[in-house]
Ligand binder design. Structure first.
Ligand SMILES: [Zn+2]
Length: 157
């Protein structure tokens, strides 16, 4: 760390004295030499220094992790860098949005089918009830007659 005698990863790589004002020291400790080496290779130490000085101290740690992420992506994919990851994720988002829209359409179709089935079932039940009512109404006089006949018959026994 700065002032403790051990130079930060940046000053060690650039072979310079690490002072207490070193802009890299809080973010590139000596034990993480690889992090700075990568950022330096992709962006250049002086550019990174300028970028960090333009950012308020409270946001510098986030800026450094962003630079490290971007440098990492650029090393892996020299053409697209982190754009490769972004466009992959955008593709995935649009694919999933399409799938979601299909699932919504399917759900709506099934709900409509269910409603139609329920309406049909209700209609069939109503028809059945009406039919039963008609049969009963037609059969009633006959039943009454039968009842009367039975009563009459019982008088003989
Ligand atoms: Zn330093």
């Amino acid at each position: 760390m700065a002032g403790s005698g051990t130079p930060c990863a940046s000053c060690k790589l650039l072979r310079r004295r690490c002072t207490s004002e070193c802009v890299f020291a809080p973010y590139f400790p000596a034990e993480e030499a690889q992090r700075f080496a990568m950022v330096h290779r992709v962006f250049g130490a002086s550019n990174v220094s300028k970028m960090l000085q333009e950012v308020p101290p409270a946001q510098r740690a986030d800026a450094v992790s962003s630079l490290v992420y971007e440098a990492n992506a650029r090393m892996r994919d020299p053409v697209y860098g982190c754009v490769a990851a972004i466009s992959f994720l955008q593709h995935q988002v649009s694919h999933l949005q399409k799938q979601l829209a299909l699932a919504h359409a399917h759900t709506a179709a099934l709900q409509l089918q269910l409603q139609q089935q329920q309406q049909l079932q209700h209609q069939l039940q109503q028809d059945h009830d009406q039919h039963e009512h008609c049969i009963l109404q037609n059969a009633l006089p006959q039943l009454m007659l039968q009842d009367a006949f039975l009563k009459k018959e019982s008088m003989w026994t």
